[in-house]
Design a protein around this ligand. Structure first.
Ligand code: ATP
Ligand code: MG
Length: 272
């Protein structure tokens, strides 16, 4: 049974892409069959897997949306590219911005991505969707296509600003479009354990949300190697296989995927 996981937060730069790529590559190394969907016109996930420009792939997410909207089949063998790290990828680039801006008048616009994902997910253990930093039709599409969502939150002041809007959006999607949706957990990223500020923010997040949403025990440390890896278009697993961030993501992968699902208390108390 495939699980579809969205990595979402409308706040920019909180490590959605880093988390998506890290989990995907770590799970693939563990022999899971993974499809990573780059659902962000910035195309950072695509670049992080080594597909630096449009000439390195044929079709992209833009073609997926067009095919679903026009009810035309898409050639999956031309669309999905296989990365060196054994992750299958649906690439994205800036052309996605054009089509996503024009979705407002499209019929059943919230289910476009789901209609595509449902046709391919049987071939995978996990589908991971990296989302763009906005609240809107694109994000609702990702939430509607998913079984669960991971919310990365950066350990910095104002970390949870806008969290209420995101949770509302998740709740509305669950009520109206996807009754199976659950929150897998809040992931605290870029933690600098040497500073009291990071510790305080981590404590605040547990106190504010921990009673009704799972907050992952594993946090991701701030490491310069992560930024360097992004800079050279490599996953952190490839760039720094024994580094602290890689180890943290490996632990997270275990917590997310292999440990028994979190108690129903978390799911039911927030998402009714
Ligand atoms: N643990 C970390 N330590 C240091 N730098 C990090 C860490 N995680 C992410 N970064 C860096 O922070 C920046 C933002 O990360 P990332 O692109 O993953 O965020 P994002 O939420 O996907 O951003 P966007 O909202 O633009 O899509 C990148 O330069 C990335 O390399
Ligand atoms: Mg991103």
């Amino acid at each position: 049974m495939c699980e579809v996981i969205a990595v979402a937060n409308q706040k920019g730069g909180v490590a959605k892409t880093t988390t998506s790529v890290s989990l995907a590559t770590i799970m693939a190394k563990d022999d899971k069959k993974i499809l990573l969907i780059d659902f962000d016109p910035q195309g950072h996930t695509t670049k992080s897997l080594g597909f630096q420009d449009k000439s390195s792939y044929d079709l992209s997410m833009t073609d997926v949306l067009n095919s679903v909207i026009q009810d035309n089949p898409i050639d999956i063998s031309r669309l999905i590219v296989h990365s060196q790290e054994n992750v299958d990828l649906v690439p994205s680039n800036i052309s996605l911005a054009g089509i996503s801006n024009g979705l407002e008048s499209v019929m059943c616009r919230e289910t476009i991505l789901k209609r595509f994902v449902d046709t391919v997910k049987d071939q995978y253990d996990y589908v991971i969707i990296d989302t763009n930093p906005t609240l809107g039709t694109m994000q609702i599409n990702a939430l509607t296509a998913s079984d669960s969502v991971i919310i990365p939150v950066q350990a910095e002041p104002f970390a949870v600003d806008g969290m209420g809007d995101l949770l509302k959006s998740i709740q509305l999607t669950k009520r109206n479009l996807n009754s199976n949706l659950t929150i897998k957990g809040i992931l605290i990223t870029m933690v600098d354990n040497r500073t009291n500020l990071s510790k305080k923010i981590t404590t605040d997040i547990h106190e504010n949300f921990g009673n009704y949403i799972k907050v992952f025990n594993n946090t991701i440390p701030k490491c310069v190697k992560v930024a360097e890896a992004s800079g050279v278009g490599e996953s952190i697993l490839k760039y720094d296989p024994h580094g602290a961030a890689t180890k943290a993501y490996e632990k997270l992968a275990k917590e997310v995927l292999y440990v028994e699902k979190e108690s129903k208390r978390h799911k039911d108390s927030f998402l009714r």
